[in-house]
Design a protein around this ligand. Structure first.
Ligand code: PGA
Length: 255
């Protein structure tokens, strides 16, 4: 296996701390010993510490959904990479389309976060993806290229293996409209080619590219069987232990 599959749950703004604890405990009891797939859960900031304690000693890794690029300072409401690292966070989702759309995050700002995350030894899960309008206008690859080049500017080839890319077509997120395997694989292969140009072909071969957008146990096996799809970033189906565990199992089968 060249690239170990990665299944990451993006809980978004869901679960109180008590609910998060219950969910992660169920996940750990089912797949906490899984070694052939990397598993990440990204709860809201309010339960990062609780979830971190619950995954301690298991193979489930702790993630966060966002961070600010500065290490500390007058940024009301924000959280830094150092703060996340102090709670043993290993991954951070950056540039999610909801943050781009609702909070005005630009590629330049996302790039600052990617660089700050790498400096703090947090693995960025950099999200890219086109809207329905952009797809219908034939701009998918152009949009993905701009977001990828912008988000990764200034990263070294040495840092590349720490990075995870998530291709999430905006029109497929939370809508139940999953991309076809051909649509997904086309963009994933394009991203890998771009990574080869931006970093090196060797680095591109090591970087995991996740698919995100209505991934569920029913559609995961076909998506995960594609040559350039190395896992999933999962929203809705990560909020219940049963479906999340089934996605981990699908990734094990696809290995
Ligand atoms: P979804 O969300 O699985 O609910 O479509 C995916 C994401 O936004 O990361």
């Amino acid at each position: 296996m060249i690239r170990k599959k990665l299944i990451a749950g993006n809980w978004k703004m869901n679960k109180t701390s008590a609910e998060a604890k219950a969910l992660v405990e169920d996940i750990v009891s089912e797949v906490g010993n899984v070694k052939d797939v990397d598993i990440v859960v990204a709860p809201p900031f309010t339960s990062v510490e609780t979830v971190g304690q619950a995954v301690d000693g298991s193979n489930v890794k702790l993630g966060a959904q966002n961070m600010h690029p500065e290490p500390s300072g007058a940024y009301t409401g924000e959280v830094s990479a150092e703060m996340l690292r102090s709670l043993f966070t290993r991954y951070v989702i950056l540039g999610h389309s909801e943050r781009r759309a609702y909070f005005g995050e630009t590629d330049a700002f996302i790039n600052q976060k990617v660089l700050a995350a790498l400096k703090a030894e947090l693995k960025p899960i950099l999200c890219v993806g086109e809207t329905l309008e952009e797809r219908e206008a034939g701009d998918t690859l152009k949009v993905v290229q701009t977001q990828l080049e912008g988000g990764l500017a200034g990263t070294s080839e040495g840092q590349a293996t720490e990075i995870v890319i998530a291709y999430e077509p905006v029109w497929a997120i939370g809508t139940g409209k999953v991309a076809t395997v051909e649509q997904a694989q086309e963009v994933h292969a394009f991203i890998r080619e771009l990574l080869g140009n931006l970093l090196s072909p060797a680095a591109a071969g090591k970087i995991r590219i996740l698919y995100g957008g209505s991934m569920k146990p029913a559609n995961a096996p076909d998506l995960l069987a594609q040559a350039d799809i190395d896992g999933g970033l999962i929203g809705g189906a990560s909020l219940e232990a049963r479906s999340f565990v089934q996605l981990v199992e699908a990734a094990q089968t696809a290995n």
